[in-house]
Design a protein around this ligand. Structure first.
Ligand SMILES: C[S@@+](CC[C@H](N)C(=O)[O-])C[C@H]1O[C@@H](n2cnc3c(N)ncnc32)[C@H](O)[C@@H]1O
Length: 143
């Protein structure tokens, strides 16, 4: 795998930054490298996008981790923590506009300079499940 672009965000360190895109109003720019920008055709007909990217500033991984919103260690795959064996992040952002190979988006929760792996359209029919259980998150100690 190789990056197809880079995400520009207002956040240069992990202090005081959003922990999820759903709670972020921050604006960022998703720059797609020119060799891939033909793949952006039709993207501006979608209001929301999934971004897949590398947590490039996380070092190493742990199999048990205290999630940002809980006091108890949980299996890393039951969390969205950045320290994972394959440090891949996933965020849903709102597409504001496309300017050539740059997408202006709202809801960034990643650091400036984050390498972009992929973009997919957010489609409620594919992506929403209504009958769900949310494990420790439903009982979390930090609201
Ligand atoms: C809890 S993760 C959630 C990210 C994504 N929405 C997900 O679910 O995969 C968000 C946190 O990861 C950290 N982070 C964001 N971008 C990062 C990067 N490029 N390298 C390392 N850590 C990063 C920051 O502490 C940020 O608050």
């Amino acid at each position: 795998m190789r990056p197809i672009g880079v995400i520009h965000s207002p956040f240069t360190d992990t202090n005081q930054m959003p922990i999820q895109s759903s709670t972020s109003e921050a604006i960022g720019q998703v720059e797609v490298y020119p060799e891939f920008d033909d793949g952006l055709q039709d993207i501006d007909e979608f209001s929301h996008l999934h971004l897949l990217y590398v947590f490039h500033c996380s070092s190493g991984y742990v199999l048990h981790v205290k999630p940002f919103l809980d006091d108890h260690p949980r299996g890393v795959f039951a969390t969205r923590h950045p320290c994972r064996p394959n440090p891949i992040g996933l965020s849903v952002v709102r597409l504001i506009e496309r300017n050539g190979n740059v997408l202006e988006v709202e809801g960034v929760d990643m650091l400036d300079g984050t390498p972009l792996l992929d973009i997919k359209p957010y489609v409620p029919d594919f992506d929403i499940r209504l009958d769900v259980r949310t494990g420790w998150y439903a009982k979390r100690s930090i609201k």
